[in-house]
Design a protein around this ligand. Structure first.
Ligand code: FMN
Length: 191
């Protein structure tokens, strides 16, 4: 490989930003869950961090939002109601990018969530309606039921305020931090 073949998109702030949003678009990858899996962190009831795996369902680069689906009875929804600040982290092996996003989450339920509910597969529907509520202690591993319940379906819409991108592409590992408040201009940082 000569220098002309080396990737340059990781060395340009605007191109790296656009590539990062492309990574966040669920439709940009196959249906594989692992490629759409991210770690969502919120603040627990005791103020300590809580992190869990979630699947990216939609992204809107124009509004800088990302959608995750959840059961409205999960603890994270109560945590977000108390403090909407959140962080989302993912690693995409195919493009060697780590994204660390920070922002605030709005919980969308009821009529505004109906279109997304209607688009769920039959297999996914029972994920929204576990009884007793997720996280409740039970007497045996199977002592719960799963009944689809539209009233339990919620969209977690993260509005991104900062994006910290690390590229492990060679020859130069690069890192840039982008902020909404300056129009996502971007700032290179030591990786
Ligand atoms: C591969 C994988 C994907 C998951 N995707 C989601 C998801 O999209 N939404 C969700 O609420 N929970 C998802 N979960 C379950 C969460 O990690 C977590 O266990 C659950 O939401 C309860 O979290 P909470 O008690 O912190 O609210 C997923 C778990 C795994 C292992």
């Amino acid at each position: 490989m000569n220098d002309a073949d080396l990737p340059t998109w990781t060395l340009d702030l605007a191109q790296l930003f656009n590539a990062s949003w492309a990574v966040l678009l669920p439709q940009s990858v196959s249906n594989r869950v692992d490629a759409r899996l991210a770690t969502l962190a919120t603040l627990g009831a005791d103020g300590a961090p809580e992190a869990r795996g979630v699947v990216l369902r939609a992204a809107d680069p124009a509004r800088c939002t990302i959608d995750i689906f959840t059961d409205a009875s999960t603890r994270k929804c109560a945590e977000i109601a108390t403090d909407p600040r959140a962080a989302l982290t993912l690693w995409r092996e195919d493009v060697l990018l780590q994204l660390r996003l920070r922002g605030t989450i709005a919980v969308i339920e009821g009529p505004q969530a109906q279109a997304a509910w209607a688009g769920l597969s039959d297999r996914a529907l029972p994920d929204y309606g576990v009884t007793p509520a997720p996280g409740t202690p039970i007497t045996a591993p199977d002592a719960y039921t799963r009944t689809p319940d539209a009233a339990r379906f919620a969209i977690l819409r993260l509005t991104v305020d900062t994006m910290d991108v690390v590229s492990l592409n060679r020859p130069t590992h690069s890192r840039a931090v982008y902020e909404r408040r300056d129009g996502w201009r971007g700032q290179w940082c030591a990786p």
